[in-house]
Write a protein of this length. Structure first.
Length: 318
C-alpha cells in the first residue's frame, strides 16, 4: 500500500524517445516512495520496449492507439501507485545537463505543500525555458475572458518575500501535481478534447469541486518550447478551433455562453478564414471549416480528417 506521501510521476511518450529519455535521466529513481509511469501513446515504433529496457525501475504501459493527452494520462493514473500524482510532459526535465539539482528535494517540497494546504487541488512548479537563453516561461495564468476565451501566461515571479504558493485559475499541463482523493471528487480529465484545452477544463472541474490551484514559487522545472505540431499546422488549427467551442459549451454559463459561441463562429472564424485565404493557406482554411462542422455535429475525440501536422503529433503541447 502506497503511503500518504508517495508520489507517482506520470509522463506520456509518443514517438519521442529522445525527449523522454532526457526527462527520465533527471528523475531520482532511488527516492523512497517514488513511482514512475511512462505511457507509450501508440508510438509507430516499439519505443515502449526500449524505454523499459533502459529504465527497468519505471513502469512502462503501452497503448496500441494514440489516446490523446487526457486519455493517456488517465491510463497512467490507473497504473500509478502514489497518493500524489505528478503529470509531467516528456519534453520537460527537472534539470539541464551540467546543472544537476536536487530533484528529490523539490518533489518533497511539493508534497509538503499538499500536507499544509488541505484545500489544494492542483499544484504546478514554476516553468523555465529549457534553452540556451533560459528565462521564465510560466508562473501562472490570468483568467479567461467570458466571451473571447483569451488569457495570458504570467511570466514574472512575485516580489521577494512573497508566499511560496501563488494562486492561479488554471494549471499548466506541462507539469501539474494533484492528490488521488481530488480525482475522486473532481473526476479524471475529459478525454473528448484529445489535444488542447484538457487541463483548462480539468482545472475548472477541480475548482468546482471546492479545491484551489496554485503555483509553487519554490519549485521549478524546465520545459522545451512547443514545436511538434507546428505554429501554423492545420491539425493545430483544427483542435484549437473545435475545442475552444466545446470548452465554451461545457464551462461558460448563460448568457455568456451564447455570446461566446456566436463570437467564435461569426467573428473569429470568418476573420481567420480571410487571413488563411489571403496567405494561401488552403489546408488551414479547410481545417477551420471541418473543426466547426465537427463541433456542431458533436464529433469529438481524435480528428477524423486527413490533416497533417508539420511534425509528429506530440504527447502534449501548449
Amino acid at each position: 500500500m502506497a503511503g500518504s506521501g508517495s508520489i507517482s510521476i506520470i509522463t506520456i511518450n509518443y514517438n519521442g524517445y529522445d525527449d523522454t529519455c532526457e526527462l527520465m535521466d533527471t528523475i531520482p529513481f532511488g527516492m523512497e516512495g517514488l513511482d514512475v509511469v511512462v505511457v507509450d501513446n501508440g508510438s509507430t515504433s516499439n519505443e515502449a520496449a526500449r524505454l523499459q529496457q533502459r529504465y527497468p525501475a519505471a513502469k512502462v504501459v503501452q497503448s496500441d492507439t494514440n489516446l490523446g493527452f487526457a486519455g493517456a494520462n488517465n491510463l497512467g493514473v490507473r497504473h500509478a501507485e502514489g497518493q500524489l500524482l505528478f503529470f509531467v510532459n516528456n519534453d520537460a526535465r527537472f534539470f539541464r545537463p551540467g546543472h544537476p539539482e536536487k530533484t528529490a528535494d523539490m518533489l518533497r517540497r511539493m508534497s509538503q505543500h499538499f500536507d499544509r494546504q488541505t484545500a489544494l487541488g492542483l499544484l504546478c512548479p514554476v516553468i523555465l525555458n529549457d534553452d540556451s537563453k533560459a528565462g521564465l516561461q510560466w508562473a501562472g495564468y490570468t483568467a479567461l475572458t467570458h466571451v473571447t476565451l483569451r488569457n495570458r501566461a504570467v511570466t514574472a515571479l512575485p516580489a521577494a518575500g512573497a508566499q511560496p504558493l501563488c494562486a492561479t485559475p488554471y494549471a499548466h499541463g506541462a507539469a501539474m501535481m494533484t492528490r488521488r482523493d481530488v480525482l475522486e471528487r473532481a473526476g479524471m480529465m475529459c478525454e473528448d478534447y484529445f489535444l488542447y484545452y484538457e487541463e483548462l477544463d480539468w482545472s475548472l472541474a477541480v475548482r468546482r469541486a471546492g479545491y484551489n490551484i496554485a503555483v509553487a514559487t519554490d519549485c521549478h522545472i524546465y520545459h522545451k518550447a512547443s514545436k511538434t505540431t507546428g505554429q501554423d499546422s492545420p491539425l493545430k488549427t483544427y483542435y484549437l478551433t473545435r475545442n475552444r467551442l466545446a470548452f465554451a459549451s461545457r464551462n461558460v454559463s448563460q448568457p455568456c455562453r451564447i455570446v461566446s459561441l456566436v463570437y467564435q463562429m461569426a467573428v473569429v472564424a470568418p476573420r481567420d478564414w480571410l487571413r488563411y485565404t489571403l496567405s494561401h493557406q488552403a489546408e488551414r482554411r479547410r481545417s477551420l471549416a471541418l473543426a466547426i462542422a465537427d463541433y456542431l455535429c458533436g464529433r469529438m475525440g481524435p480528428c477524423r480528417h486527413a490533416l497533417k501536422p508539420t511534425a509528429a503529433m506530440p504527447s502534449k503541447t501548449h
